[in-house]
Every structure is written in C-alpha cells, then in structure tokens.
Design a protein. Structure first.
Length: 144
C-alpha cells in the first residue's frame, strides 16, 4: 500500500548498509523539506507525545473517502524532520480511506528505524502516525 516515493526510500535504505549512512540520509531528507511557516506552528497543529516540537498541517483536497491526503510538517529536531519527510512519502497522495488502511509500523519497519530510534523517538513516531490517522478519519467523518 506504500506510495512510490516511500518505495524509493526503502530501496535507498536497502542500498545503504551502514545505519549511520541511513541516519544521515534521514537528516538530509529533513533538511530538504520546506519549513512550515511560523503562522502554522500553533497548538492546533502541534503533535502531543513527541519529545521534540512537531507540527503537522493537513492538506486534504476533495471530499469523501476518495479525498486526497497530504500534509506539511516541521520539527525543531533534524532527525524528526527527516522522519516527517518519510511519513510524508508514506501517506501523501493517498486517499483518506487508504491512509487509514496503511500499516505504518510494518511499513516503517521495512526501513529498520524501529531498531535504531530511542524510546522517546519511537513514541514520537507513534504520536505522529496517530495524528495523521486522526486527520484522515476526521476528513472522512466531515464528509459523511
């Protein structure tokens, strides 16, 4: 169910043997991601449960289960920005219905991140996934 962009990340991770190279790649992905404007760094977009500051701003076009899901995000921590970039690749372009069907722990497990993230970062990743799933579910409810 993963997007082509996410599959490219998986292929890159398979090519990078060393975890430090993968870690640098995640950070580079975060650096390449556009910053979220200060006006959107508000309590309504803040993700609770993350050790770092994290904001996720949904961008949903259309209505109903086929509405296209995307989001912009940001963090004050470079590794977390990279994780946001990975989640963006995983979810963006899917319908809100498809977002809810993604098995994020399994997909992220393909990258081996779960083995190398601290407990706090793992909890933050779960919080970001829950927030994304919640936004998709809310879009579905609003269309009903």
């Amino acid at each position: 169910m993963a997007s082509d962009a996410f599959e490219e990340i998986v292929e890159t991770f398979e090519f990078l043997d060393d975890w430090e190279d993968r870690y640098r790649h995640v950070i580079d992905m975060g650096k390449a991601m556009p910053e979220l404007e200060e006006a959107f760094r508000v309590p309504a977009t803040k993700v609770d449960g993350c050790a770092s500051q994290v904001w996720i701003l949904p961008e949903i076009s259309g209505e109903g289960p086929d509405a296209q899901f995307s989001f912009r995000g940001d963090s004050d921590a470079m590794i977390v920005r990279g994780i946001i970039a990975i989640l963006h690749a995983l979810y963006s372009g899917l319908s809100v219905q498809e977002v809810l069907a993604v098995d994020a722990p399994a997909e992220m497990g393909r990258l081996g991140l779960d083995e190398h993230l601290s407990a706090q970062r793992s909890n933050g990743l779960r919080a970001m996934v829950e927030r994304i799933r919640g936004l998709a579910a809310q879009a579905l409810e609003n269309a009903a």
